[in-house]
Design a protein around this ligand. Structure first.
Ligand code: NAP
Length: 317
């Protein structure tokens, strides 16, 4: 479970008609909400879970200006408190259906409620991508995890593997190295994609080992994970590696299901926007990880939200 709980997120929302509805309470959605409220607009944020977005699943954030280190949970909490101080309303409901054409958008939720808004902002973020190998689903919650902060403590003193070479794999590998006896980061190439500063830190940690040019082809065991099967992509050689845990960090899948048949998306489902964060449908915006963008960071999600939160005021002149 995440390290904190945004209890109280679910303010009672009696009012059903809003100026701006935001789907998702991560940094992008909350930043947009703060700007929209500062423009005096009635703003409602939907969040289906109790978390404040993907950062709550991150141990430490070290690249959000103003905070040299802050836990993902605390930063998320600060965003929520800030939005609430400005009078943003929250509804702990899952948006099930959006009707986005025309000037008045309609939003239906899992609680059977129907809301309206002139502007809708998709800030639905992304989920971890699955690796797609045999054993991955079978051992979910029995050794296979996509969240070191949530599940790391189950592997105290044990050996684990981390799959991937991006920021998430290396940062979470570092986090796990403080809990597990050994962390092996398995990457399909011989160069990491992660930021240099993160790479250098990982290279210095004695109980982190890198296995290069290698993919995992199977996750095996009896009742829980016991081993992974590896294949070296250069030599074709296969081998078996004993491990208790498999942490998978091979990228993100955008949460754009709700709108992907209405707004333009790329081949992976990331939503296209213009430079104002507006989609091809008038009054519909996308911010943060769900958007087609060159960089997915807390600071870029927050910046997307600010741009959308200011641009949308044109619908209220
Ligand atoms: P990512 O940057 O997309 O990296 C995914 C990694 O998984 C890549 O190294 C990729 O290999 C590898 N991969 C993809 N498919 C694979 C497969 N089928 N088998 C084996 N390996 C596979 O994903 P991420 O690390 O989750 O990060 C997502 C976004 O969040 C990025 O924009 C990242 O910068 C950002 N983020 C930022 C921070 C931070 O700033 N502190 C922390 C976490 C995440 P290749 O390199 O060969 O493509």
């Amino acid at each position: 479970m995440p390290m904190f709980n945004l209890s109280g997120l679910s303010n009672e929302v009696k009012e059903k008609d809003y100026d701006v509805v935001i789907v998702g309470a991560g940094p992008g959605g909350l930043s947009a909400a703060i700007y929209a409220r500062r423009a005096g607009l009635k703003t409602l944020v939907f969040e289906r879970a109790t978390e404040g977005g993907q950062i709550t699943l991150t141990n430490m954030v070290e690249d959000y200006p103003g905070f040299s280190t802050i836990s993902g949970g605390e930063l998320a909490e600060r965003f929520v408190d800030h939005a609430r101080e400005f009078g943003v309303k929250f509804a702990n409901e899952e948006v099930m259906e959006l009707s986005l054409q025309g000037d008045l958008k309609k939003i239906k939720t899992d609680m059977g409620n129907e809301y309206t808004a002139k502007v809708v902002i998709m800030a639905t973020g992304s989920n971890p991508r699955k690796l797609g190998v045999p054993g991955e689903n079978k051992f979910a919650n029995r050794g296979v995890s996509y969240c070191a902060v949530c599940d790391g403590s189950f592997f105290k003193g044990k050996e684990v593997v981390v799959i991937g070479g991006g920021d998430s794999a290396v940062e979470e590998g570092i986090y796990l190295s403080k809990i597990a006896s050994k962390v092996r980061i398995i990457h399909r190439r011989d160069k990491l994609r992660a930021q240099k500063i993160v790479q250098e830190r990982a290279f210095k940690i004695p109980n982190i080992e890198f296995i290069w040019d290698t993919v995992v082809t199977e996750i095996g065991g009896k009742d829980a994970v016991e081993y992974v099967t590896l294949k070296n992509v250069k030599s074709g050689e296969t081998s078996k590696l004993e491990t208790s845990g498999v942490f998978i960090y091979v990228g993100l899948v955008p949460n754009s299901e709700l709108v992907k048949n209405v707004v333009d998306v790329d081949q992976n489902g990331f939503i296209f926007t213009d430079e104002h964060m507006e989609t091809n449908v008038k009054g519909v915006y996308a911010v943060g990880d769900v958007r087609k963008t060159v960089l997915r960071q807390v600071v870029t999600a927050a910046a997307d939200g600010a741009i959308a939160g200011v641009d949308l005021t044109k619908y209220f002149d």
